[in-house]
Design a protein around this ligand. Structure first.
Ligand code: PEP
Ligand code: MN
Length: 371
């Protein structure tokens, strides 16, 4: 679907766009105090966040204060001049958030995952011109993420951006939600006009690596960050382990190195261009080499078929893999990369050989017909 996104905010956007505020609005004092400390620290805030309705994994956890909290966001706006934002997950949330003049809405990860919920929200927002951010679904499914964007877009909301908050995974990792950067990068490749925000809080789930992840996002040219900040993080009613004080947040932002996507310097661009040309040439060569490798696979396939040998000899693949890992290590290529690369090559070889087997069969059938 063709989509023409409009900017979320009046241009020019100054990187990083900052969305900060507590995971949840807990009390009026906590919401106001967190905002006050951000202001006092001198931190620019493009949108002040606070979850009013909280999707919690288990019941009996704190599920948000509900619409009462929207009045506190109004007060934040009036007193500190911060625009506000919150998560909406159903028609009632949309109704209350719009009524209370929340400046930006976002869809949470557990909503994006469910097309029924996304459609319900899209219907409730039909014809309303609000900026909206769509978080990635909890599972690493780019189609689902794009589907949610399309549903919202079709409802007439064109000021759309996305929040990358990482993905659930099995097993122990240092993250609460593994980033899988390549999924967000692919989304950005397909829709370059989408503003991409990194929710380092939900990716990390802990305080000590928030800065590292924010920096990685900046180096990937994300527009901004959404970071949970709380006046007393240790006492937070939700996500305490990942929240930081406004002062610590200010330091984090101040330490970010913001690099431009392109240099204004002609010589720099020329040098990058030269290196890219070399890469393009090598890529072409690699593709030619792979094509030659496939031709050999075809030849072997035909030979195996004539000699009644099965396509797959797994010991052969294991030998290739072992050898390549040793060679790769010497050249500074990781075992993970070599394994992924060779599996892809091997799969393509098998597909080629299968085709050879089928072709030979069809020919034999035809030959039979003739005779
Ligand atoms: C949140 O931002 O507080 C939240 C619930 O995040 P997510 O939807 O990414 O889990
Ligand atoms: Mn949270």
């Amino acid at each position: 679907m063709d989509m023409n996104f409009k900017p979320l905010m009046p241009h020019p956007v100054k990187r990083p766009v900052v969305i900060a505020g507590p995971c949840s609005a807990e009390t009026e004092v906590q919401v106001m105090e967190t905002a006050r400390q951000l202001k006092e620290a001198g931190q620019a805030v493009d949108f002040y966040r606070a979850g009013i309705w909280k999707p919690r994994t288990r019941p009996n956890s704190f599920e948000g204060v509900g619409k009462e909290g929207l009045q506190w966001l109004k007060k934040v706006k009036a007193e500190f001049g911060f625009k506000t934002c919150t998560e909406v997950a159903n028609t009632a949330h949309v109704f209350h958030a719009l009524k209370s003049d929340v400046d930006l809405l976002w869809l949470g990860a557990r909503t994006t995952v469910n097309p029924f919920s996304v459609q319900e929200i899209a219907d409730a927002l039909e014809g309303v011109d609000k900026p909206i951010l769509i978080k990635n679904p909890i599972n690493p499914d780019l189609g689902l993420w794009i589907g949610a964007i399309e549903r919202i877009y079709k409802a007439g909301l064109h000021r759309i951006g996305v929040i990358h908050r990482g993905f659930s995974s099995h097993g122990e990792t240092k993250f609460r939600n593994v980033p899988r950067w390549q999924i967000a990068i692919e989304l950005k490749r397909r829709f370059p006009d989408l503003m991409m925000i990194c929710d380092n809080s939900h990716i990390c789930g802990r305080r000590d690596i928030l800065g590292e992840i924010a920096q990685q996002a900046m180096d990937l040219n994300y527009a901004g960050i959404m970071t949970e900040t709380h006046c007393t993080p240790d006492e937070a009613w939700s996500d305490a382990a990942q929240q930081i004080t406004p002062q610590v947040f200010k330091e984090l932002v101040d330490n970010l190195v913001i690099r431009e996507e392109n240099s204004q310097d002609l010589q720099v661009n020329q040098n990058i261009g030269d290196l890219r040309n070399q890469i393009d040439e090598l890529d072409e060569e690699v593709i030619n080499l792979i094509a030659n490798r496939m031709k050999l696979a075809d030849a072997i396939g035909a030979y195996k078929k004539r000699n009644n040998i099965s396509i797959l000899q797994s010991s052969r693949f294991n030998d290739i893999l072992k050898q390549a890992i040793i060679q790769g290590e010497k050249k500074g290529l990781s075992q993970g990369f070599i394994t992924t690369y060779l599996h892809a090559i091997h799969q393509e070889s098998i597909n080629h050989q299968k085709e050879v087997y089928q072709k030979t069969e069809t020919k034999t059938e035809k030959e039979k017909d003739v005779t």
